[in-house]
Structures are given as structure tokens and as C-alpha cells.
Design a protein around this ligand. Structure first.
Ligand SMILES: Nc1ncnc2c1ncn2[C@@H]1O[C@H](COP(=O)(O)OP(=O)(O)O)[C@@H](O)[C@H]1O
Ligand SMILES: [Mg+2]
Length: 244
């Protein structure tokens, strides 16, 4: 995908408007239940399904725009705490993959946030310099990388996901799950756009877009991404990013 790709330009431009209108309309119906309702279960479920899917389409569109920007090499330079960005990325990913835990997280205060995660098999370890010091980079890009790796781990884990933040100069993020793992011969392919291991059997689970975006971003950041996995052995993705 390059800036010169007119189809992508057109898609981004022409889909953003109508999608925003769909979302605003559905949200407005849902918010006005006291005036227009009460809605019956079927009406409510239908509106909520429309809302969820419009949100998903919007998220994907935003993701495409982000890749576009990263391909142009446009990075914002900001100083931020990794723990703040991590928290946002966790909420994003959990809400999409496991909405029930997402609701619990949204209700949690600072003290119970970690407890909700741990109880649901999401283990976080923050060590190294960026546990306390600011990291300098584009926080939105870091959030996008985290969100993608976390949502994959949540999607494919059996019961546990472990996330570790480390590093004393470069930021090192590793995201590990205890799922089926990825056989060695497939490990190169999963970073290709639109590749989905399941697509032959049960139909596409996702778009196969996430990891190619992550790899692309990480390379633009002059960092590295690696994978340790094997059939039945879980997966561990590690990303190293030098500060901007
Ligand atoms: N943690 C993981 N465990 C097992 N398979 C994975 C994992 N992460 C990614 N994959 C495989 O790689 C494919 C591509 O991942 P990704 O690019 O994130 O696309 P998507 O999540 O949209 O399917 C997935 O469809 C899946 O088959
Ligand atoms: Mg994914």
C-alpha cells in the first residue's frame, strides 16, 4: 500500500463519512431509549449488533490510516509512560476479543484493574527503565503494536497471556500465550498481509492484517520483531523499538 494507491485513498475518504453517520445514528437511537422506547429485546440486540459492527469497521479504517501514515514515515515525537499506553491498548484489545472482561475493566478503578486482569489470566510484568521513565516515540503507534499483539494472544490463548515490558535503552515488549502455537513452516507467512492460518478450514477469523501492520511499523521504527513458537507450544512475540 503506498500513498499513490488511488483506490485506498478513495476508500479511506469515501468510507469515513458514511460510517460516522451510521455510528452516530445508531448511538443516538440507543441513547434516546427513554424518549423513544422502551425497545424490546430484539430491537435492542439489533441496534447493539449494528453499533458493534460499525465500531469494528471504523477501527479497521483507522488502522489502515495508521499504516498509511507509518508507510509515509510520519511519526509524532512524544514523551509518555508505557504504562499509560499499555493500559489503553489492553482495554482496546480486551473489549474487542472478550467483551465481558472488557466491561469489568471499564468498571475497574486503579486498584482493581490489575486484579481483574490477573483473575482472567492476563499477567503483566513491567521492569527495566521504562517502568518509571518516559519513553520517546509516537504513542499511537506503540499502542497499535500492543493492541494487535495483545488481541492475537487473547484470541489464541488456552487460558493465559503474559505481557512483559523491559529494556534499558530500547523498549522491549514481549507477548506470550499458551495456545496452539504456529508451526515453524508457517512462521514467515503470518507476517504477510491477509494471511490467516485458519482461512482454509473454518473460514476467515480475522482479516490477517494485524501482524503485517505491526511488522511494517516496527521496521519503519528501525526496530525488530521476532517469534518463538512451535506446534502446540504457544507463541511468544517479541518487539524491540529504539527511542525516536
Ligand atoms: N498468538 C497467536 N497464536 C496462534 N496463531 C496466531 C497468533 N497470532 C497470529 N496468529 C496467526 O497469524 C494469522 C495472522 O494474524 P493477524 O495478522 O493478527 O491477523 P488476524 O488477527 O486478523 O487473523 C492469524 O490469522 C493466526 O492464524
Ligand atoms: Mg490479529
Amino acid at each position: 500500500m503506498t500513498r499513490k494507491d488511488p483506490l485506498v485513498d478513495l476508500l479511506i475518504h469515501d468510507l469515513t463519512g458514511p460510517l460516522s453517520i451510521v455510528l452516530a445514528s445508531v448511538n443516538s437511537l440507543l441513547n434516546k431509549e427513554d424518549k423513544l422506547g422502551p425497545y424490546n429485546e430484539y430491537q435492542k440486540d439489533t441496534l447493539k449488533r449494528a453499533q458493534r459492527n460499525a465500531e469494528k469497521a471504523k477501527a479497521l479504517l483507522l488502522e489502515i490510516i495508521e499504516v498509511y501514515r507509518s508507510e509515509e514515515g510520519l511519526f509524532r515525537k512524544d514523551q509518555f509512560l508505557i504504562s499509560d499506553v499499555l493500559r489503553e491498548a489492553l482495554i482496546d484489545a480486551v473489549e474487542v476479543v472478550t467483551p465481558a472482561i472488557g466491561e469489568e475493566l471499564a468498571r475497574a478503578d486503579d486498584n482493581s484493574f490489575d486484579e481483574v486482569l490477573t483473575r482472567n489470566g492476563i499477567l503483566i510484568e513491567v521492569c527495566g527503565r521504562y517502568g518509571e521513565s518516559f519513553f520517546t516515540h509516537d504513542p499511537k503507534k506503540i499502542r497499535q503494536i500492543l493492541r494487535n499483539l495483545i488481541s492475537n494472544a487473547l484470541k489464541y490463548r488456552k487460558s493465559t497471556m503474559k505481557l512483559k515490558i523491559a529494556g534499558d535503552l530500547d523498549l522491549v515488549i514481549s507477548v506470550e500465550d499458551d495456545g496452539q502455537g504456529i508451526p515453524e513452516e508457517k512462521q514467515d507467512y503470518i507476517f504477510k498481509r491477509f494471511f490467516n492460518l485458519k482461512s482454509k478450514k473454518g473460514g476467515p477469523e480475522g482479516l490477517g492484517f494485524g501482524l503485517s501492520c505491526v511488522k511494517n511499523l516496527v521496521e519503519k521504527m528501525r526496530g525488530e520483531i521476532s517469534l518463538k513458537s512451535g506446534e502446540g507450544a504457544g507463541s511468544c512475540f517479541t518487539v524491540r523499538i529504539p527511542p525516536l
